[in-house]
Each structure stands twice: as C-alpha cells, then as structure tokens.
Design a protein around this ligand. Sequence first.
Ligand code: ADP
Length: 152
Amino acid sequence: YVDKGFTNITGDYLKKLKVGEVKSLPIVITEGQSIYEAIVTLFLEDVGTIYVVKDGFLSGVVSRKDLLKTTMGKANLETTPVDVVMTRLSHIIFVEEDSSVYEAIKKIINYQVDSLPVVKKVIVDGKEYLEVVGRFTKTNIAKLFLELAEGK
Ligand code: ADP
C-alpha cells in the first residue's frame, strides 16, 4: 500500500547513522598463525569471526564454521596456518566508516554473514589495500534496536 503521509522514522535514522558511530573493535590475527591460535583467540576475545591481516592489511576472514570444519579432517591444527581455511580478500564483503548502518544491515542479510570488517582504503604504490578499523556485527544491530526501544 502507499501512504503518502507516512514517515519512515527508522529508515531515515538508519540511513543517516554511520557505521563508524556504532562499530566495535576488530579482533585480528596475522596470516601464517595457526588454526589452533585462531580458535584460542575466538574464545579469549569472545567473538564469532576473526579478521586475518598480512603486512597490516586485510587478507582474510575466519568464522566459527570455518574453524569447526577443520576439526573434521586430519589436519594438524597447531601447524596448519589459518590461510588454508579463511575466506580470501577478493570474496570479503566490507563496509567503510562512513557507510550507512542501513547499507551495512543490507549486506549482512543479502550475503548471509554475521559480521563485516569496517575498513579504511589505503593506497600504497598505486595499489589499494584495506586497513581494518572495526567490525560491524549482528550484535551491533541488536544493541542499536534495544537503544531505540529504550529511547536512548
Ligand atoms: P558462521 O561460520 O559462524 O556461520 P558466518 O555466517 O559469518 O559465520 O560465516 C559463514 C561463511 O562466510 C564463512 O566461510 C566465513 O568465512 C564467511 N564470511 C564471514 N564474514 C564474511 C564477510 N564479511 N565477507 C565474506 N565472507 C564472510
């Protein structure tokens, strides 16, 4: 139906609100670290997804399911690097700090992922790299709605 007098307050708010205003701190490990170290980090930092960096820039994403999968094979978790199971850069869905929360929520739903790395684009020798500056997760969305409900 079309109601021309209708004002979409939540829509307007989520389109204006920037990811940078609600993002969490990113949890990162370095390419070459072991699957075992990734699992320990997952528990110690109490997160579901870890970002992998190489030379300081984003190179992969490793989630609970990626790590769980490794326990089904015969791989030595202490000697196998996370690189083997991570989702690689070319496939990573990310947002920037000035992306709208609306855009970020749409990506999480459309690509069926739990978290998006928040990145800053950096040019080095004419090549673009992604510096990880945060993470935007389903928990951020839930918190935002709780705050809205409580009128904060
Ligand atoms: P879980 O493994 O806990 O279900 P996800 O649904 O987020 O968590 O991850 C599902 C798959 O998508 C994994 O293989 C993971 O590496 C990948 N993935 C997670 N986040 C992203 C992202 N932002 N961009 C691309 N792939 C991702």
